[in-house]
Design a protein around this ligand. Structure first.
Ligand SMILES: [Mg+2]
Length: 228
């Protein structure tokens, strides 16, 4: 019997990489417009390489790339990049198809949900609120609430405590097998892997269920709970 769900946020509910791609491409165009003496594709590639190396939540990536490529930060170019990035980001933040429908249906079925993300607290809330998801979740647990990121047990224990459910009554939904699925499984939480959000070329997630679309969660819950 599944009574509650824990949702990862980036690449599970939000199409994070799509947003990032659109925002970075706009930022590069903004920087070129302000005088950046590098090609569009070349600069975009360098920014993505820097994110991959420094972390996708790094808020100083453009400073770092500009300094590395040009030896110093041209603040006119940096500002143009940040402005274009922010504009594009807020306009391109998107949910995967059927996320709203799925969360609404889960609520109608009487299931409780929390969101669980390793991203910085304010960043997670900005995404959740701007996409209108904040009413679906009892709480949003973020890295700042805990000492350790997934797959450590603390975030999952915190989520279970909020939900008031046992591990076997709870379903973790996430795209990152090594963090979301492994961490949940260790505590006996049921797992559904968001294959549609996979960015790690995962072969075997080890999850109880594999989702090609988030809405398949409804079938999973119906099956687990003996509903027609
Ligand atoms: Mg994720």
């Amino acid at each position: 019997m599944i009574r509650a769900l824990i949702f990862d946020v980036d690449n599970t509910l939000t199409d994070f990489m799509r947003t990032k791609r659109v925002a970075v491409e706009s930022a590069v165009e903004g920087m070129i417009d302000a005088g950046l003496p590098l090609g569009r594709d070349e600069m975009a590639r360098k920014v993505f390489d820097a994110y991959a190396a420094e972390g996708w939540e790094d808020q100083r990536i453009f400073d770092k790339v500009l300094k590395k490529e040009l030896g110093a930060v041209d603040y006119k170019v940096l500002a143009a990049g940040i402005v274009a990035y922010r504009r594009a980001k807020s306009g391109s933040m998107a949910l995967y198809p059927r996320v709203h429908l799925t969360l609404l249906t889960l609520a109608r079925l009487g299931l409780r949900c929390v969101a669980l993300s390793d991203a910085p607290k304010l960043e997670v809330w900005l995404r959740v609120v701007s996409l209108g998801l904040h009413h679906y979740f009892d709480e949003v647990v973020t890295s700042a609430d805990l000492g350790a990121p997934k797959p450590a047990p603390e975030p999952f224990r915190r989520a279970l405590k909020i939900l008031g459910t046992k591990p076997e009554e709870t379903l973790m939904v996430g795209d990152w097998a090594e963090r979301d699925i492994t961490g949940a499984k260790r505590l006996g939480i049921r797992t559904a892997w968001a294959r549609y959000g996979d960015t790690h070329e995962t072969k075997d997630s080890g999850a109880d269920y594999v989702l090609a679309d988030v809405h398949q969660l409804i079938e999973v819950v119906r099956k687990e709970n003996g509903l027609a």
